[in-house]
Each structure stands twice: as structure tokens, then as C-alpha cells.
Design a protein around this ligand. Structure first.
Ligand code: FA5
Length: 341
């Protein structure tokens, strides 16, 4: 090799390096280029070592030119490193994946599952009837007179302004799950042991009321059913759901569709802000009225039964370990609240 060839090789190396740097757009690529052109195994290093192959008088100029090329390449690489963004993405397939946070069921859904399980254990079966139903199922078949206040617009959300059917009347957002009682009787199943859990709607909102809530309706019809059976089932449920240390009291009441009728209260833990004097009403119950059995095509002289309708949310918020003092928070979708349960 003579001096001219040596100098040509230096030029070629510099040109090649410039081409590589122009094409690079990630810092890691620039580092690789630096290694390739300036590293111990680079062509330039080899060329510097091969200077001894030149004639002695050529070596000075060749060495000077090689060092200049080296400095030039170093400066080109550093310029490129500074101009290349830091955060070019590097895919490391060996890194663990991102963990997605896991959700859980809403408190109301948890309660529905719990309640269903408790009743299924003693032979009830779960059903669900329409959320938009006829006035006849929600009121008339349940022995409500035409002027009953629950039919008032202030309590019930009516879908229709006028009667749509001479017998069934207007459609309503079901104000209670009792609308499923006569529907269940009409299936012809006997004995009836239904638990009907569904959404219900009323024009109410305060600390213990929401406009949409859920009820669970029990209906048991067979021969020889008495109040003792009703009391036994309610005691069983309360023990299972609230635990043995909570008390239940039954107050006489007047529901149109049961006779006799009761309201049921559960005792509250000390310091609860909800309820009155340490008690909260959680539902209604009674023996099915003969007129309702007749509306469902069942002979009241042969069969008798009991029914109860309780609020899912109202029960859940006073369960041990839950203690929520304002029912409305269940439906405000505040994740900070919901994720606690
Ligand atoms: C009824 O709805 C009757 N259908 C219950 C019944 C069924 C009686 C079968 C006899 C036989 P009441 O309006 O009291 O009754 O409501 C029952 C329960 O639903 C209440 O005790 C409460 O737990 C719940 N509830 C009622 N309104 C609301 C509301 N706006 N928000 C949350 N829960 C409510």
C-alpha cells in the first residue's frame, strides 16, 4: 500500500461513516456506529496499525491524516448523539407485562348474589319479571283501588299518559317487585316458591331512598301455609344475612295485597345516622290477600301463601361491616367509595 491508497481508504471510511450516521435515528444505532468506526476492531484502528507497511517518509503524513479522520468521525458521532432524542422506544420482550387493575362487583350485585343463595338453600327459585309493566300487574291485580296514592304521578313513573289497554291500563316503571306476584301465579307452577329480584323505580330521593333501587320479593303458595311459615322464613333470612346479634321487629301495617300485613325493621349498630331510634325499616310482608290469589287464577279456598318485598340496597347498607349512612352514594359512581367493598 502506498500513501495515496492509504489516504483514499481514510476518505472512504469517513464517507461510509457519514452515510451510516445520516440514516440513523435512535441513540442506540449511533452508539453502534461509534463502535463500528472507532472501536478496537474498526477498520480505522486497523489502518492506523498498518502504517508500518508504508515507506518511512510517508508515515508522518499518513499518521497525521489518520488522526484527523479519527477526530472528524468522533465529532460527527457526538453531534449526531446530541441531535437524537433520548426516548426512542426500546422493546424488551423479557420485561414483565403491565398489570391491569382488577375490578369487582358492585355492592348491589354482591347483595343480589348473597340474597339469592340464602333463599335457594331453602328451596326458593329465582325469577325476574319486566321492569316496564302494566298498571294492572303493578296495582289493580294487587287489590289497589283506583284512587290509591301510590298511583299518583309523584310516586310512580308512568310511561303512558293515557290507558293503552282496557284491562291492563298504562305502562309503568315497576314501583315494586310485587308486580311479579300475579305474573308468577299465571305460570301455573304449584307450589310457588319464587324469589323475584329486580330494579324498581319511584319518585323519591333522600338519605334512605333512591329513584331506582332493587327489591327482592318472596312468594310462597301451597296448601296449608300460615303466618308461622312466614315468620320462620324471615327469621332464617335475617340470621343468615345480618348475623345472630341483630334484632328484628314486626309492626302491623296495611298493604292492599296482603292480610294481615307487616312492616319489618332491623336493629342498627350504635352510632348509625340512618333510621329512627336505632331501627331501620327494611321491608314489608304479609299473607297473600284472597283477591290477589283470585286475580292469579288460584282458588283461595284451597291455597294460601305469604309474600314479602324488601329493598336490596336498604338491607345491604346496614349489614355488618358495611354501615353506609346514605343510600344515595351507591349510585354516585365514585370509585373511591366503591373500591372499598
Ligand atoms: C312495598 O314495596 C311492598 N311491595 C312490599 C311487600 C311485598 C309487602 C309483599 C307485602 C308483601 P314498601 O313501599 O314499604 O313496600 O317498600 C319495601 C322496601 O323497599 C322498603 O322497606 C325499603 O327497604 C325498600 N324501598 C322502598 N322505597 C325505596 C327507595 N326509594 N329507595 C330504596 N329502597 C326503597
Amino acid at each position: 500500500m502506498n500513501l495515496a491508497e492509504y489516504l483514499n481508504k481514510l476518505l472512504a471510511i469517513e464517507q461510509e461513516c457519514t452515510n451510516f450516521l445520516t440514516a440513523a435515528n435512535e441513540k442506540t444505532e449511533v452508539s453502534d456506529i461509534k463502535n463500528k468506526f472507532l472501536g478496537r476492531k474498526s477498520e480505522l484502528t486497523a489502518l492506523l496499525r498498518s502504517i508500518v507497511e508504508l515507506r518511512p517518509e510517508e508515515r508522518g503524513e499518513a499518521g497525521k491524516a489518520a488522526n484527523e479522520t479519527r477526530t472528524k468521525i468522533e465529532s460527527l458521532v457526538n453531534q449526531k448523539l446530541n441531535a437524537t432524542p433520548e426516548n426512542a422506544e426500546v422493546l424488551d420482550v423479557s420485561l414483565p407485562g403491565d398489570k391491569f387493575s382488577e375490578g369487582h362487583l358492585h355492592l348491589t350485585t354482591q347483595a343480589i348474589k348473597e340474597i339469592t343463595k340464602i333463599f335457594e338453600k331453602i328451596g326458593f327459585y329465582k325469577v325476574r319479571y319486566p321492569e316496564v309493566d302494566w298498571d294492572w300487574y303493578a296495582f289493580t291485580s294487587l287489590n289497589f283501588p283506583l284512587n290509591h296514592p301510590a298511583r299518583d304521578d309523584w310516586e310512580t313513573f308512568f310511561i303512558d299518559k293515557t290507558e293503552q289497554d282496557p284491562k291492563l291500563g298504562k305502562r309503568v316503571l315497576t314501583p315494586h317487585t310485587s308486580s311479579g306476584q300475579v305474573r308468577e301465579m299465571q305460570t301455573g307452577r304449584m307450589p310457588i316458591r319464587m324469589i323475584n329480584i329486580s330494579k324498581t323505580y319511584r319518585r323519591q330521593i333522600d338519605i334512605s331512598h333512591t329513584p331506582m333501587f332493587h327489591q327482592f320479593e318472596g312468594l310462597l303458595i301451597d296448601k296449608g301455609i300460615t303466618i308461622a311459615h312466614l315468620k320462620g322464613v324471615l327469621d332464617y333470612f335475617v340470621k343468615e344475612f345480618f348475623g345472630p346479634d341483630r334484632k328484628v321487629r314486626i309492626r302491623p301495617y296495611n298493604f292492599r295485597f296482603t292480610e294481615p300485613s307487616f312492616e319489618v325493621d332491623v336493629s342498627l349498630p350504635d352510632g348509625s345516622k340512618i333510621g329512627k331510634n336505632g331501627w331501620l325499616e327494611i321491608g314489608g310482608a304479609g299473607m297473600v290477600h284472597p283477591k290477589v290469589l283470585e286475580a292469579g287464577g288460584i282458588d283461595p279456598k284451597v291455597y294460601s301463601g305469604f309474600a314479602f318485598g324488601w329493598g336490596v340496597e336498604r338491607n345491604k347498607i346496614v349489614q355488618k361491616g358495611i354501615q353506609i349512612d346514605d343510600i344515595r352514594i351507591l349510585y354516585q359512581n365514585d370509585i373511591r367509595f366503591l373500591k372499598q367493598f
